[in-house]
Design a protein around this ligand. Sequence first.
Ligand code: PEP
Ligand code: MN
Length: 696
Amino acid sequence: MTEQQPDIDSLRQGLDEVDSGIVRLIAQRRELIEAIAKIKEQSESAIQDADRERRVLDAVIAVATDLGVSASLVRTIFRELISDSVAQQARHLNGDGGGQARVAFQGAAHAYSDAAAQKYLAGRGLEGDLTGYRTFREAADALLASDADLAVLPIENTTAGSINEVYALLRSRELFIVGEETWKVDHCLAAAQEVPLSALSRILSHPQGLEQCSQFLQSLPNATPTTYFDTAGAMQAVAAADDPSVAAIGSPEAAAANGLVVLRHDISDSPDNYTRFVVLSRTPTAVDLRIPCKTSLILVTGHEEGDLLRCLEVLSGSGHSMTKLESRPRPGRPWEYMFFIDFEGNAADPRTASALDELRSAALFVKILGSYPAKALRAPVRPSDLPGQLPAGQAAPRPEPSAQDPAEMLEAVAAAPRPAAGRSRQYKLVDRAARQTDTVIRVGDVLVGGDGFVVMAGPCSVESGEQIGATARFVRDHGAHVLRGGVFKPRTSPYAFQGLGWEGLDLLVAAGRETGLPVVTEVMAVDQVRRMAQAADILQVGARNMQNFDLLRELGKVDRPVLLKRGLSSTIEEWLAAAEYVVAQGNQQVILCERGIRTFESATRNTLDLSAVVVIRERSHLPVIVDPSHGTGLRRYVAPMAWAARAAGAHGLLIEVHPRPEEALSDADQSLAFDEFAALMGRLVAVPSGTVAGGK
Ligand code: PEP
Ligand code: MN
């Protein structure tokens, strides 16, 4: 014990040195950004460059992977650094910085609003004098009474949704939005002393805090949730009460500031729990045109059918993409609504100004709340290209199209007149006639459908954290875009391994997070759908469930992409009709997956019907991928069929990979070993893609 002491001390000293080194490097990074900002000042170029940002992220993630550092950790840190650089450059262009601002927020010291306000001020180089108020309205009124220069109020949360009271203030007060800020909310449960969770009788927090942790609260047997004006105030109250059966939900910083013990960290229902704040002022500001901006407005439309649509068309028709549309009841006018709209654009830009003029003439009422530097932009999507492949649209030494070019032939297939008459129509929404352009589905930051080619890979079944983690890292490093892993397994025999169930899902999700890959897993029953939709990025319907109509209908009601496998003995028409069940309920995000069908042939486990790919692409706008693992059942056949699928025009692959295939608890014969997967991927890029754009 006494001998270890100096060791720990010197290690800690080493750590302190590394930490200050990190800060010095950040300072050095900022000096470089300052120099770049000076150059950009002289030019017309915009300060945000999505391609450059993606290259920066890809490069640092590659270094992280080499060094065995978590990709998601590095991604989170660099997203913050990049957004800090954008703010730094914006400040430069706007000439702000160095001032002092009195800022009103709602809550006690160390509330999330306090933290977000500090972050906003730091990003603009301002010194702050912050005052907490009991309610949103008191904070807004302090601003109106000139007791503050700015007010920072939360407007929406990614888990609990919009904060209606703040919308009401924007409507009723003469206030303008001059900025926005985002804050990642990390709720913890804290009490005056260490007590078992079963001993708690009351949990205090702001209503939003309680709502964002509702699943965790349901797991506490004896505790009653009690609303409090603020999370940090709830922490203060717990410290003052000194009652061991009372606890509060709020930030770990607020717990520490009030001398409380954290009983449980990370208790939000969703790990990605962010709040967006608006920064309000009594007067609007003008923002340099080179800074990426958002504009917010309130809109009241006429009462004719299609009035809202006409207003939205003014924005979309002029090339403005809308980031938020919120409808709120019009006070005193039952069943009438007003709309709050955020879109990307700057009212000082003549193109935006003329769209706003047009909007005024199309609507009953428009109030511009302000144009301000955008902070919460959607993450840029990456096309799902294979490593070594040039992104679609980039000039590349591609082979000259010839009469035999597979892409041209496929184009001809797509353009050919459709055999409409005589075919029984069991579906209409998924029919190519319903939508001329291909459906493209966003999964995490990759796109499925259209021109990209997406590879989903992983074990048949999740078997352990070690197994799924190692597979995830390997397939990610060799170009896979999505991680697969079954946790509820539809096995022919009830005595075969049935999957790890919900525990397996946790392991899959953890591996996905660690590697930055979205995950796909099979859902077998109606009552699993909602829970699974909260954790998995794509919900797979297995071949045996393709005509489980209740399951399909339930999947149509959740906002999650569905991977619909073709039934063991289903025709293409039956398969499309099954997809129609999902789409007809409102969920358009269906990815079809050809996985082989039953025929008289016994040399392979199933007969992989690659002709289904061209037929589907002709008859439907939905993306279609191919699973050569189940399609052949034998690992040596998987790679050739994968290459053939790409050539046939599939939008991607689903491949089973296992660290030790011979020991796999399910589908051992068809699972690829790591080196086999690497070989498959290595040659895949050389296969011309049958997609129209890929072969051009
Ligand atoms: C699977 O993907 O592991 C699976 C069970 O597939 P299918 O439903 O195609 O048999
Ligand atoms: Mn399988």
